[in-house]
Every structure is written in C-alpha cells, then in structure tokens.
Design a binder for this molecule. Structure first.
Ligand code: IMP
Length: 192
C-alpha cells in the first residue's frame, strides 16, 4: 500500500518505515514532488494535523497522514500548545522557546504539563485520528543535552530524568509521538 507521510523530516520517515515493514510503500513530501509549506493555521492540535493531511489529500488524492505536536502546561492555561514551534516568536530557536517557558514558570508551584501528538490519517477517503499523550513536569532549569525542542525541561511522570537526558532509543520507545505512531501502525497493519 502506498501512503504519504506529510513531512520532510527524514528521521520521522525512517522511524515509521522501519516499523511498518515491506507491505507499505511510505513516501515523503519530497517523494511526491511537493515542496513548500503546508499551512497550520488552526487553534488546536487535532485540527492542525487534519489540515495538513487534507492539504495533501486534496491535491494528490493519495492515502496520507500528518502529525502535529504540542507541549501543554497547566499553569500557563495550556500554552505553548499549538504555538509550541514558535512560542518565542516567528523565527525563534528551541533555546528561545525554552527560555521563555522557564521565565513564565518562575515561582509557579504547579509544574504539570503534557506532550500531545495527534496523527490524522486519510485512508480511502475516510479520516482517522491517533493520539499519544505523556504527562510530566516542567523542571526549574535545563537538564540534559539530547533530543530537541523542550526536551531539557520536560520530565515525564515515572522518570527522574528529562527527555533530554534519555537515550534516543529510550525516548523513541515511550514518547508522545511514539504512542501515537504505535496506534497508527497497529491500525495500518490491520488494513493489509
Ligand atoms: P511538530 O508538530 O512535530 O513540528 O512539533 C511542534 C513543536 O513542538 C516543535 O517545534 C518543538 O518545539 C515541540 N516538540 C515536538 N515534539 C517534541 C519533543 O519530542 N520534544 C520536545 N519538543 C517537541
């Protein structure tokens, strides 16, 4: 089965292809000749995932899935949420975003947060959603140098280290994205 993952992130593509195996011909946006940006203009993570998969489906009429992820912090009323990538401004770095969260969380005792990934799949003209959530805490300072994004300040529940202190294998086995991806893969495997 041919299926497009609406991303050009090679790491994400190879991770999912490896789990899906030979029965699926997984293609990136590059593979189908799409270059440019897919709009993400919705107020929620599921709507953004859906917007991305529909954007490609409407143009190519091909089975496709897209993911969207955000960090939701209770004491900040769910921020940065859908704005996780550009929390500190349009062209900000991961560093800038982390600094902004640490500043806004200064003095806050409620450090509860969660990472959420939603995948929207359009298969044979029907849409399906898969969700992965990891609850945790925002640390008061950075810990660890692995990973990316908010990893140095997110300590998942049940662990005494942040995402940025975990090996890639460990994070990829339990992360919000891994949980959503596992659900997608289980579903796709049943479609063969
Ligand atoms: P995307 O939807 O996968 O592009 O994620 C949006 C933003 O959320 C990224 O730019 C990061 O700032 C943040 N993010 C997503 N996944 C992770 C993660 O696994 N660790 C830390 N930050 C993440």
């Amino acid at each position: 089965m041919e299926i497009v993952f609406a991303t050009n992130n090679k790491h994400k593509i190879s991770e999912i292809s490896a789990i899906l195996g030979n029965n699926f011909d997984l293609k990136s946006l590059n593979d189908i000749g799409f270059s440019g940006d897919i709009p993400e203009t919705n107020p929620t993570i599921p709507e953004n995932a859906s917007q991305k998969s529909h954007f490609i489906y409407d143009r190519y009429k091909i089975n496709v899935f897209a993911d969207d992820t955000g960090l939701e912090i209770e004491a900040l009323n769910g921020a940065p949420g859908v704005y996780s990538a550009r929390y500190a401004g349009e062209h900000c770095s991961f560093e800038d975003n982390v600094t902004k969260v640490l500043l806004e969380m200064e003095g806050k005792t409620n450090r509860n947060a969660r990472f959420i990934t939603v995948i929207s799949l359009i298969l044979n003209d029907k849409e399906y959603f898969f969700e992965g959530i990891v609850n945790g805490q925002i640390t008061t300072e950075r810990h660890g140098a692995k990973g990316f994004g908010y990893d140095p300040i997110f300590r998942p529940d049940g662990y005494n280290i942040t995402y940025a202190e975990m090996s890639a294998d460990k994070k990829n086995a339990m992360s919000h994205r891994a949980l959503a991806t596992q659900k997608l893969v289980e579903f796709l495997k049943k479609q063969r």
